[in-house]
Design a protein around this ligand. Structure first.
Ligand code: AMP
Length: 111
């Protein structure tokens, strides 16, 4: 599978489609999921064109990977979730329930 530049998150990254932004830096964009499954439900996506977590872990350079997970750590604090608790979920592939083929994590909490 090759990365499709026309996927919806690529369009959000290019500002062709709006999003409800929560956080942004050089490495990631984070925004509210359009169809929340929890009281807090944000998505965190890297700015690099990786299809899914397997592609990201295999092919993204170390700085990109560290930048991504450090940003997730910042967002956990930004949303006040460090003590309250949260769930992180990611889907890989159609059989894994993935719908948008730009790597993303779901960060969710009912607190
Ligand atoms: P999945 O690929 O299975 O991890 O799911 C993709 C997620 O993206 C779903 O939870 C959708 O509700 C969410 N989603 C799809 N389109 C948008 C959008 N335009 N803005 C925010 N979230 C979206």
């Amino acid at each position: 599978m090759i990365y499709d530049n026309e996927n919806i998150f690529a369009k959000i990254l290019r500002s062709e489609i709006p999003c409800n932004k929560v956080f942004e830096n050089n490495f990631v964009l984070s925004f509210n999921d359009i169809s929340p499954k929890a009281k807090i439900h944000v998505l965190v996506i890297p700015k690099t064109p990786h299809i899914d977590i397997a592609d990201f872990l295999e092919n993204a350079d170390k700085e990109t990977q560290t930048g991504f997970w450090s940003s997730v750590n910042e967002i956990i604090d930004l949303l006040g979730l460090r003590k309250k608790g949260f769930q992180i979920k990611t889907h890989k592939g159609k059989d894994g329930g993935q719908e948008v083929f730009h790597f993303h994590i779901h960060l969710m909490s009912n607190s």
